[in-house]
Ligand binder design. Structure first.
Ligand SMILES: Nc1nc2c(ncn2[C@@H]2O[C@H](COP(=O)(O)OP(=O)(O)OP(=O)(O)O)[C@@H](O)[C@H]2O)c(=O)[nH]1
Length: 172
């Protein structure tokens, strides 16, 4: 119901939890069956701040001032100890390929995995703008086209979908 008419779907997993990636495929992918046929997919590994020093919260001005000046130059220790990353970017890109195959799409004709797989942190905001700006730029042309063709940009969830025909030709 939530994906009906969707122009973009964000499949989000937790980079510290392998199971969360597996569940995207096993439990949630079929929920996207009602999305638009030209719908685009992004695979997003959240909680990157837990595994990547770059994605951790930047130090505040006062924290920077209070920090003792290092005698020798060494990287600033991360704010919290880093956790083991259970899902690599390659794992996410492989899932993206499987999502396209599930949708019956030709990989070469679709947006590349490198562009559609992100690692973010909802906590620090790391890469969140990049994710939404990318998706917005990609879906805007199709939304404007539909609008110019007089198609509604909203979906009335009260209106039932066309019933799918079964192989036997009966109503589902
Ligand atoms: N460190 C960190 N914690 C996060 C991040 N995003 C969400 N969390 C925390 O993860 C927990 C679950 O977040 P929710 O927003 O409830 O997400 P959910 O999809 O219901 O997550 P699950 O309960 O893990 O299935 C909360 O304690 C959040 O504060 C993030 O980017 N970094």
């Amino acid at each position: 119901m939530y994906c009906r008419g969707a122009a973009a779907v964000i499949l989000t997993y937790d980079v510290t939890n392998w199971q969360s990636l597996a569940e995207l495929e096993n439990r949630f992918l079929s929920l996207t069956d009602t999305a638009n046929t030209d719908c685009i997919f992004a695979i997003v590994g959240n909680k990157a701040d837990l595994t990547d020093a770059l994605a951790q919260e930047p130090l505040t001005e006062s924290e920077r001032r209070d920090e003792p000046q290092p005698v020798v130059t060494c990287p600033t220790p991360p704010a919290t100890p880093l956790q083991h990353k259970q899902v690599s970017r390659e794992d996410a890109m492989a899932l993206y390929g499987r999502v396209l195959r599930y949708k019956g799409l030709e990989e070469k004709a679709c947006l590349p995995a490198e562009r559609m797989c992100f690692e973010t942190s909802a906590k620090t905001g790391y890469s969140v703008d990049a994710l939404f700006e990318t998706l917005f730029e990609l879906v805007l042309p199709s939304i404007l086209k539909k609008r110019s063709e007089g198609e509604s940009a909203t979906v009335d969830l009260e209106t039932p979908m066309e019933p799918k025909r079964t192989k036997a030709g009966c109503c589902a």
